[in-house]
Design a protein around this ligand. Structure first.
Ligand code: GDP
Length: 296
């Protein structure tokens, strides 16, 4: 996860780390390297600017440079700010007591949405002992329904599907009715993605959310797509609000751009990280642990 960003940032801070005393110029030099590393990792330039400004303000205070171990203090400031950028505290995924709690998953085609729906179902069943059902409402991508049936089966969860005979809104409403009758704890609705954000995608998503009135809406973003993922999140935030993010494909050498920009740009936290194709490769996103891992 973020190997090249981690390498670059560790390199940027390497010189600082090796010194007993630090001048303002030393810190400025390291900050220039940090800035370049973040831009190369495809982090939004406004986010980079604010980040380096905050680190500079905190690191060039006299107390830091005059402290017993200034290098340690400067690296700690970077670590703290990186944690903040990644979202600060872990966003526990709290579901309401309502039965079923309804969660809608949205995102572009190929983002890993259908896989994430099944992963979330498995997570809630295995980690929290909840009875979870999935609703197959992605009727855009050929084979998405079968894929959900297959993965849902592997996750040991019920999948409500009607093939492609009904409209997505009809399937969603029908699935909610069944989940109520069968007293499921959670209903996860997989919705259609498209290759780009477009009006039809947004209209369909809005119609589904009006029909099932979800308690949580999660946007699934492919972390490998860097700044594009942030643009997608911004477009969704304007038209179809979501309250948390799932970042997928963090097992590849994601450049880091999406993870580091998206909270600052959208104000919505990263809730889950998907780190592989297997259903178990899915976990709550812990900003502090990720920051530690990046800084080594
Ligand atoms: P959807 O079109 O958004 O529903 O996307 P899918 O769920 O079908 O995922 C698209 C591809 O990405 C599939 O081949 C998945 O196996 C793969 N995929 C999903 N999540 C991850 C992940 O976290 N890591 C990796 N390496 N592959 C993933």
């Amino acid at each position: 996860m973020f190997e090249s960003l981690a390498d670059r940032l560790q390199q940027a801070l390497g010189e600082v780390r090796s010194r007993g005393r630090l001048s303002e110029e030393d810190v400025e030099r390291a900050l220039r390297q940090v800035r370049l590393a973040l831009l190369e990792a495809d982090v939004d330039f406004r986010v980079v600017k604010e980040f380096t400004a905050r680190v500079r303000e905190r690191a060039i205070g006299t107390q830091v440079l005059a402290s017993v171990n200034p290098a340690h203090q400067v690296v700690k400031v970077v670590a703290d700010e990186l944690t903040e950028l990644l979202g600060g505290t872990t966003s526990e995924f709290v579901l309401p007591k309502a039965r079923p709690a309804v969660v809608v998953l949205a995102g572009l085609q190929g983002s890993g949405k259908t896989t994430a729906a099944a992963k979330l179902a498995r997570y809630l069943r295995a980690e929290r002992g909840l009875d979870v059902a999935l609703a197959a409402c992605d009727l855009q991508r050929p084979a998405a329904v079968e894929q959900l049936v297959l993965l849902g089966g592997r996750a040991d969860c019920t999948v409500y599907e009607r093939g492609t005979d009904a409209t997505p809104v009809e399937v969603a409403g029908w699935a909610l009715g069944r989940a109520r009758e069968e007293q499921r704890d959670v209903l996860i609705v997989d919705t259609a993605g498209r290759l780009h954000v477009d009006d039809q995608l947004m209209a369909e998503l809005q119609a589904i959310t009006e029909r099932v009135r979800p308690h949580r809406v999660l946007l699934v973003l492919d972390a490998m797509t860097g700044q594009d993922a942030v643009n997608v999140a911004t477009a969704f935030a304007e038209r179809a609000p979501f309250d948390g993010l799932v970042l997928t494909k963090l097992d590849g050498d994601a450049r880091g751009g999406a993870a580091l920009s998206v909270k600052a740009v959208t104000g919505r936290p990263i809730v889950f990280a998907s780190t592989g194709e297997r259903l178990e490769e899915f976990e709550l996103f812990h900003p502090d642990r990720v920051a530690q891992r990046i800084l080594g």
